[in-house]
Design a protein around this ligand. Structure first.
Ligand code: C5P
Length: 410
């Protein structure tokens, strides 16, 4: 069973870091935590000094099921999960209620307490649900801060209009917990891989014969890099294990560089644990020299050279053999009988999906274009011919559909 098929809630598997700041709306935070958890999210809470004047960390700990953090300098909490680790842990950071003060500090790029430090240290999406008095919300400086935060890609939910705790009526009420959860679920649909983790291999592997010679292949890494970029754009956390290629890392992608098939195997096994999908795009060398030499091998006195090679581990088949395992996608670069060969590989390696890739005819290795057909145990989708970037987008869309199937049907 693949890990992805067991979850069917709107925020399944999402790691949400909730920042509670100083505002009377903090009394709704326990309800918000409860609803986020009911929607499938894993929630950790950080409270600012101001937030803890309105709601006790103990209440939030009880509803979230985890200790609540508030102090950047708490050595015991740092030993359990350091603030940088917490910033990396989060798929999304939700600041609710977001006070005028936190908006100003975020806009200024301050790291003056645990929450602002985490926000600066995270690569996750940041969403604010503001709550404040209507005059404060209407003030030009708050509007300016909002614009600055939006320009940096942060999202706002609310505020709504109505009667306020201060007795006034107007805009500034925090959106209701149910509305916040629905808004998060809707933006998950816009970014169909939000909260998902995808591991991709790309490029060739290089197997050293001696310090100057190696066994390699013509893979440029472009298809794998285009897929990593498309997956990150769709909201996934992407780890890209890359063989030696001269390509820039796509924005937001964590890249691990390797050289040989055995190094690639070891990095994949280290990162695959919490992944929803594994896409093996790398052209992994099937063989490596049995006895690589530390010194340059001389040609003198060697009219014929028999180089002895041994099989490398099959990374894709090993990932497919894990239990539980992610959704496993392979690539099959073929020159003839493309689909037949790809289907045979799908079955022999026990994959969920294989992407048949015709090499040659202005597609495949070292060129910008490609032609892909997705083959599944009982389906076939022709993605057509086009740039690797365009095809990567289509393939990621298809993958997201497969991963979210449980949700679509619920
Ligand atoms: O068996 P073949 O090399 O044709 O299969 C290609 C697929 O298997 C690709 O997805 C490739 O990344 C993966 N593979 C692997 N480890 C190997 C050989 C291939 O992950 N040693």
């Amino acid at each position: 069973m693949t890990r992805s098929s067991v979850d069917n809630l709107p925020l399944s598997g999402q790691r949400i870091l909730l920042g509670v700041t100083g505002g009377i709306a903090a009394y709704k935070s326990p309800e918000l935590v409860r609803r986020l958890r009911e929607a499938g999210a894993d929630v950790r809470v950080v409270v600012t000094d101001g937030g803890s004047r309105f709601i006790t960390p103990m209440t939030l700990q009880a509803v979230s099921g985890y200790p609540v953090r508030s102090d950047l300098w708490d050595a015991t909490a740092e030993a359990a999960m350091g603030h940088i680790e917490l910033a990396r842990w989060a798929d999304r950071v939700l600041v609710a209620p977001a006070s005028a003060d936190i908006m100003a500090r975020m806009a200024a790029g301050m790291a003056s307490d645990l929450l602002t430090t985490l926000i600066l240290a995270t690569e996750a999406e940041v969403i604010l649900a503001p709550a404040m008095n209507r005059v404060m919300w209407a003030s030009p400086v708050v509007a300016e801060n909002r614009k600055r935060l939006e320009a940096r890609g942060m999202k706002f939910i609310g505020p709504g209009s109505g009667s306020q705790a201060c007795g006034e009526v107007g805009e500034g009420r925090m959106a209701e917990p149910g509305e916040i959860v629905s808004a998060l679920a809707t933006t998950t649909t816009d970014r169909p891989l939000a909260g998902r983790r995808v591991l991709i291999t790309a490029g060739p592997t290089i197997e050293d014969i001696d310090p100057v010679r190696y066994v390699g292949n013509r893979s440029s890494g472009r298809m794998g890099f285009a897929l990593a970029d498309a997956a990150a754009r769709a909201g996934a956390r992407v780890v890209l294990v890359a063989g030696p290629v001269s390509l820039d890392t796509p924005p937001g992608v964590e890249r691990v560089d390797v050289r040989s098939a055995r190094q690639m195997h070891s990095q994949v096994m280290q990162h695959v644990g919490d992944c929803d999908a594994f896409i093996g795009v790398a052209a992994v060398a099937d063989y490596r020299p049995v006895s690589p030499s530390a010194d340059k091998i001389k040609k003198e006195g060697r009219p014929v050279w028999n180089l002895e090679l041994e099989r490398n581990p099959d990374i894709l088949a090993d990932v497919a053999g894990l239990d539980p395992r992610p959704l496993v996608v392979g690539f099959a670069a073929e020159t003839g009988q493309v689909e037949e060969n790809a289907r045979a590989k799908l079955e022999s390696k026990g994959l969920d999906m294989i992407v048949a890739n015709r090499v040659g005819e202005n597609a495949g290795f070292e060129v910008e274009d490609n032609a892909l057909v997705v083959i599944e145990p009982d389906a076939r989708h022709d993605l057509g011919h086009g740039t690797k970037r365009m095809l990567a987008g289509k393939l990621i869309e298809h993958l997201a559909h497969r991963l979210n199937q449980g949700k679509d049907e619920s």
